[in-house]
Design a protein. Structure first.
Length: 146
């Protein structure tokens, strides 16, 4: 992976804090670009106020911050978001699909999610076999809780 990539960013809200250069391996925080109030059970696509052109061969993985539920009582409805590099038009604004578990207010500028970019999956060929050669691990979910 290239250790220094440039990503074009358009800010649709001049009030939100600009993204900053990061060190290798870090996630980048994203902020709500609007103040919204949600009632328990509401769904909302919260604007993150940015559009990006990711480098060819890369995609963005968007996930809630570890404090998102604690602070705002929302969950990301798709649990994990993928934004490919073709989602890069003038109005392809990144959004956070939120479901409110309790009444909540999210203010413009609040950090609600994070992203990192990863290389896209290469072309894969599937080979059908009659038997798997490795030893069975014993079933799904058998590694325990401790």
């Amino acid at each position: 992976m290239n250790s220094n990539l440039t990503i074009k960013v358009k800010y649709h809200n001049p009030n939100i804090e600009r993204l900053k250069q990061i060190s290798i391996g870090n996630w980048i925080d994203l902020r709500a670009a609007e103040t919204i109030t949600m009632k328990k059970g509401d769904f909302r696509l919260i604007s993150l106020g940015i559009s990006m052109k990711l480098p060819e061969g890369y995609e963005a993985h968007v996930a809630p911050r570890s404090s998102t539920f604690k602070n705002f009582k929302i969950i990301q409805t798709n649990s994990f978001g993928i934004i490919d590099n073709s989602y890069s038009g003038e109005n392809d604004i990144w959004r956070f699909p939120a479901y409110a578990m309790e009444d909540t207010t999210i203010c413009e500028g609040d950090r609600i999610c994070q992203f990192r970019i990863q290389e896209t999956m290469p072309t894969i060929t599937f080979e059908v076999v009659d038997h798997m050669e490795d030893k069975d691990r014993g079933g799904f979910g058998i590694t325990g809780v401790k």
